[in-house]
Design a protein around this ligand. Structure first.
Ligand SMILES: [Ca+2]
Ligand SMILES: [Ca+2]
Ligand SMILES: [Ca+2]
Length: 126
């Protein structure tokens, strides 16, 4: 579970240190997020994946994520995502942070992210 999050963290931009995600894991996570199977992640698919993951991680169901709930967290990334500085991530903060990464990864600027773009983005983080 942590590794998947790590991946979604790196690929999708969440709060985890970059690296460590093997190519096969990236591919598996990508396929899981690509709901319509067209080989591209669009914003709807991506946000749905982030919202779903947020719910899975929110152990106490208070609609806020603490660093403890997330597990292994890159401190700086968490602080950057925590816009109001209350030490927890709201869904809006989490999605907002993720969207920044999504558009960073979208090197072709067409509003979708492919596996090739994600892998290139991950390499750039390492
Ligand atoms: Ca798709
Ligand atoms: Ca919580
Ligand atoms: Ca916050």
């Amino acid at each position: 579970m942590r590794r998947t999050f790590l991946l979604i963290g790196a690929a999708l931009g969440l709060l985890a240190p970059p690296g460590l995600a093997a190519a096969a894991e990236v591919e598996t996570a990508f396929a899981a997020m690509d709901a319509n199977g067209d080989g591209m992640l669009d914003v709807d698919e991506y946000v749905a994946a982030v919202v779903h993951r947020f719910g899975e991680l929110d152990a106490d169901d208070d609609r806020m994520l603490t660093a403890t709930e997330i597990g292994e967290v890159d401190r700086d990334a968490f602080v950057a995502a925590d816009r109001d500085g209350d030490g927890e991530l709201s869904l809006g903060e989490a999605v907002g942070d993720r969207m920044i990464r999504f558009f960073d990864a979208d090197s072709s600027r067409d509003g979708t992210v492919t596996l090739v773009e994600i892998n290139a983005y991950l390499e750039g983080l390492e």
